[in-house]
Design a protein around this ligand. Sequence first.
Ligand code: SF4
Ligand code: SF4
Length: 296
Amino acid sequence: MSRSRKPRWLKSQPPTGERFTEIKQTLREHDLHTVCEEANCPNLGECWSGADAGGSGPGTATFMLMGDRCSRGCNFCDVETGGMNALDPEEPRQVAAAVAEIGLDYVVLTSVDRDDLDDQGAGHFAETIREIKRRQPETLVEALIPDFQGEPALVGKVVDAGPDVLAHNVETVERLQWPVRDRRAGYEQSLSVLRQIANADPYAKTSLMLGVGEYDYEIYQALSDLRAVGVDIVTLGQYLQPTRSHLEVSEYVHPDAFDTWQRVAEDELGFAYCASGPLVRSSYRAGELFVEALRR
Ligand code: SF4
Ligand code: SF4
């Protein structure tokens, strides 16, 4: 598939409706940011409306903690680098309040990387998880964490806060870590974080973007490595170039190929659950994935 023209399977519906407006308003009132909006995620309408839970549930949203500027600069990511703000000590309570008001049953927390902070933001993550659980214990919480430079004590801080799912994204196959990710990230470092998560209580989850120049045998190797360190849930989605100055799309992977990878991941390699498709993102149908993984 040519990389110059977006194929039809990447088209999605713009979000509309009462639920969308209501959630947006609550987020503004609490001065909070979501990846859903900031990244202009194509699944926003589906996730916020609860369609990811068959249209019956209050849905999923991904909150972005610790500001909108990152200490790193990955070549696929549209977040601004440098000039980070001081942490807002009230953010954990604001997030918990918004989750309760919106009535979300599954929350994904993620953040920019904060290499500039003493604990790289691990304590802030932990506090936010605890606040949500204190205020609304039935809400399931997934934390998508940075690599914390591979420091086990910092990963442990978040584990101890009791998230239901703990995710860290390896993003791409081993050979392409650079140029895709910031040079401070790395394949082995990410695998070590995932190994530590898998050896602890929460479900371990990760994501790979396809279409950045990887070969099939490299995807297979990456999936095997991830399974070998104990990852339970994996998502595979198409990389989309946010602006012309970002890494180019190497290929638009056909939906059939995504289906094949799902079968390989689940049937051959033994992942509890794999979501794989062009529009799949790390937190796409996150609640549903988790419930499915529990059932298996
Ligand atoms: Fe938000 Fe994730 Fe859904 Fe996108 S896939 S709308 S980021 S919850
Ligand atoms: Fe974006 Fe995360 Fe890379 Fe920062 S570390 S640039 S937020 S992908």
